[in-house]
Design a protein around this ligand. Structure first.
Ligand SMILES: Nc1ncnc2c1ncn2[C@@H]1O[C@H](COP(=O)(O)OP(=O)(O)OP(=O)(O)O)[C@@H](O)[C@H]1O
Ligand SMILES: [Mg+2]
Length: 466
């Protein structure tokens, strides 16, 4: 910087010294101001970067703590999708009742334990004032869990509070113990009580359900699923142990611990969902985007299970599961499932080079099922999620109109209730546990067809190596 011209008043040495001192102080002030402005600018940049990173994290893994507001509409000005995006955006609004202070669990008298699941204990209880029998589902809180109530529990409460449908279990209220920090004294969902779950009935009955009974159960299940999907809810853990049945033939979908709201376009979702035996192939193949078709795959698995009393596809791990799926539903091709090769876990998948395309053997396995029934089951178990029917479409399927007609609920047989007896423990895989998403790596499918060097027989069909 050019030196300041000497003041004409600085005619003494003392004056000159004072001038120099003042000038120095001024310069120091200017420097500090510039430094402060620079620091402020840097802080602003850093805050913006942290915000962007936390948004990214929130979108990447929906097992994380939920943000106060989850954005379901794209950012204004985000990559446009042509004319479709030109329409005015509407904000999704979910009706919810107000929040009141929860009552105490002391209002209920414990009758017997029903089951201890992955996320909590379920007990049968009686409301002291009315004598009404209910199911109390305890939310398991891990002591010292920095996140407090697990997000799965929060979602279960939020979704059940918003739902009202004859085929979805009713949530009556939430009650709490005196000391929420104590494990055995925490938060309970008060649910309407149903005498059975389908898995327990299927384990106990000596004869499989009649076709008319399968139809009635499937119809009710599909009505419940259609209601959820219409209301932007994915259940993500449909299986027979999560489907309840009362002694009047009414079916209700339960266990919303894995469920969540989705928007359009869908948010990024965790890949660790649905109990393995009911998990859709696109989820096993690591698809980053999935939708209501994953629930429809589970409905297909449940349809098969209702007919045979056995879970349809029982793999010990993901590789065995996808192997069993391909044995039953055929191996995928670029035509039957465009883009499947690009899915993250398809890299390690080496399918046998067959001379003839291997197709579905659903018809062979369910030889007593009518052709409409086979067509429906085959479509639910389509490898390509886009080929599966929606729940709404399924309700209009010919299968339900053909004879034998769905048996009326009032004529449904009754079964002895196990939920009214002692505690049970199941021998089936559980829903994925929170936090597994972090450990999710590539699944190695390279060995699943390796022993098939010549010809091997699968579930009633053969795979020939090229
Ligand atoms: N409202 C209810 N009425 C009667 N029984 C119920 C009710 N809700 C749940 N149960 C029973 O308790 C079991 C476990 O309940 P739920 O599936 O909701 O809990 P969970 O802890 O998520 O279980 P899991 O991890 O095994 O799926 C069900 O399979 C069913 O047998
Ligand atoms: Mg369950």
């Amino acid at each position: 910087m050019a030196s300041k011209p000497k003041s004409r008043w600085a005619d003494t040495e003392a004056d000159a010294e004072l001038d120099a001192k003042l000038e120095k102080e001024k310069q120091e002030k200017r420097r500090k101001k510039a430094e402060k402005a620079r620091r402020l600018e840097e802080e602003k940049k850093q805050a913006a970067a942290t915000l962007a990173a936390s948004r990214q994290q929130d979108d990447n893994d929906d097992d994380d703590r939920p943000s106060k507001r989850r954005k379901v509409t794209p950012e204004p000005g985000a990559a446009s999708n042509g004319a479709k995006d030109a329409a005015p955006r509407k904000l999704l609004r979910y009706e919810s009742r107000g929040w009141d202070k929860s009552r105490s669990v002391e209002n209920y008298e414990r009758l017997n334990d029903i089951e201890e699941g992955a996320y909590g204990l379920v007990v049968r209880a009686r409301q002291k004032s009315t004598g009404k029998v209910v199911a109390l589902k305890q939310l398991k809180l891990t002591p010292g869990d920095a996140e407090g109530v697990p997000v799965t529990g929060l979602r279960e409460i939020q979704i059940l509070r918003a739902c009202s449908h004859k085929n979805v279990v009713g949530l009556e209220e939430i009650v709490v113990g005196d000391n929420v920090s104590k494990m055995n004294n925490s938060i309970f969902l008060v649910l309407e009580f149903l005498e059975h779950d389908l898995r327990t009935i299927l384990e106990d009955i000596s004869e499989p359900f009649l076709s008319s009974e399968v139809k009635q159960l499937l119809l009710q299940l599909t009505s419940g699923v259609a209601y959820l999907h219409e209301n932007w809810i994915l259940h993500r853990d449909l299986k027979t142990s999560n489907i309840l049945l009362n002694n009047r033939g009414r079916l209700k979908i339960a266990d919303f611990g894995m469920a969540r709201y989705v928007g359009d376009p869908p948010p990024k979702l965790t890949r660790v969902v649905v109990t393995l035996w009911y998990r859709a192939p696109e989820v096993i193949m690591g698809a980053k985007e999935y939708g209501s078709a994953i629930d429809m795959w589970s409905v297909g698995c449940i349809f098969g299970e209702l007919m045979t009393c056995e879970p349809l596809l029982q793999g010990d791990n993901e590789a065995a599961q996808i192997h069993k799926i391909f044995e039953l539903c055929g191996t995928p091709t670029e035509e039957s499932w465009p883009g499947f090769r690009k899915l993250p876990n398809a890299r390690s998948l080496r399918l046998p080079r067959t001379t003839t395309a291997t197709g579905s053997v659903v018809r062979t396995k369910f030889s007593t099922l009518t052709s409409a029934g086979v067509a429906l089951l085959d479509s639910l178990l389509a490898l390509n999620p886009k080929r599966r029917p929606s729940a709404k479409e399924m309700l209009n399927h010919e299968y339900f109109r053909q004879d034998p007609k769905p048996k009326p609920e009032s004529l449904f047989p009754t079964f002895p209730s196990k939920a009214g007896q002692e505690k049970r423990r199941r021998h089936e895989p559980h829903a994925p546990v929170r936090g597994q998403a972090a450990a999710l790596g590539d699944v190695d499918f390279s060995g699943i067809f390796q022993d098939r060097d010549k010809e091997q027989r699968g579930a009633g069909f053969s795979l020939r190596m090229g």
